[in-house]
Design a protein. Sequence first.
Length: 440
Amino acid sequence: MELEPIMTSSVNAEQSLTSSIAAAEVPANLAALTRADFPLLSQTACLGQPLIYMDHAATSQKPLPVLEALLHYYDHDNANVHRGAHQLSARATEGFERARQKVADFISAYSSQEIVFTRNASEAINLVARSWGDANLREGDEVLLTLMEHHSNLVPWQMLASRTGCVLRHVGLTDSGELDLNDFQHQLSERTRLVSMVHLSNVLGCINPISEVTALAHDLGALVLVDACQSLPHMPINVTQLGCDFLVGSSHKLCGPTGMGFLWGREELLEAMPPFLGGGEMIQDVYLEHSSWADLPYKFEAGTPAIGEAIGMGVALDYLQQLGLDRIQAWEHQLKLQLFDRLQTIDGLKILGPSPQQQPDRAVLAAFTVDGLHPNDIGALLDSEGICIRSGHHCTQPLHRHYEIPGSARASLSFTNTPEEVDRFSDELISTIGFLRQNS
Ligand SMILES: *Cc1c(COP(=O)(O)O)cnc(C)c1O
């Protein structure tokens, strides 16, 4: 990939989509620019067919610079961090802390002290539920979630509710499969202490109006946590513009290694919160009976962290930023229009969530059902043709239950996908559906 870096962090999502589309009628073909960086995507599947990867919402593939950074860390700099005894430890610490700054820059956080490294986004949400939730919520307080949340943004709150007696409420959806903002306003009240909401749904593909949600929530004194796992890889994110109080993300969805995620929180909130896990790294002084805590963000980072993986995540963020989040958005917008054009003409196929006609900046993913067919059969047959999509409930069982379906098939794309792949996927899907109908 050879691209000039462009600044994206100060541009808001909607503006950037329209301006990049206006600026370049034909967006840069990012698949052509980047495919050589992803050797995994050049393999052939069974029968010599090219492999097509359309499961980016489950996990992203990793470009060579990320793999090289991991190798370089382990064969040059490996040592434990924050124990400045020797040069290796100094280099490891420097790389690790540079990665923290990269995360802060990626989301335009005020300071890298506001970035807490976790194992994944699930752990980041559990951290807030345990630390902030246990300290602040009492019986009758309310946490407002939505019907479209990932299990990671449901279960930690259920566990909190059983510890504290707080009440969970869930905002409903409109007929088009978007957040029902009227229902949100209806359910939000002075009892609401926290709103925890996905930014971009991993099934509906819709983008939720977080700035509006935070303004309404703050008016009533509630905090807002944003699950940005799916939005971070696809659009510029700026925590100040979103106006939220906490935001979580996951490295493996962002072209980075697994085992790495982060929590961003406003400094004064994190400062006031008690530690989550106890152990090494998170302490100031330890006595036999009691201890004092380290400064932010280390107070929340017990034990040896995933050092190489943090460095790999930093390089992944560099990669995305160099490509340009607005250029990614523009290219994916074109793929999305093509994908929906093809899928919308297939008889008996229903896509969950808003169409691009209803919500132009929705994500380049399509979770769908086909009348009379099981999504697992569709997924398995496409897999035998070398096409990787996902079938099942995608960690959103309550959402699927709401639609009274056992699961759906989901194709989720990224900037590495080509228009040719969209066509081949659509053609194979049509013949798969034909075959299954004949044989059912
Ligand atoms: C993947 C995902 C999660 C969970 O992330 P992990 O890092 O795997 O814990 C949470 N929410 C959404 C919307 C996701 O897509």
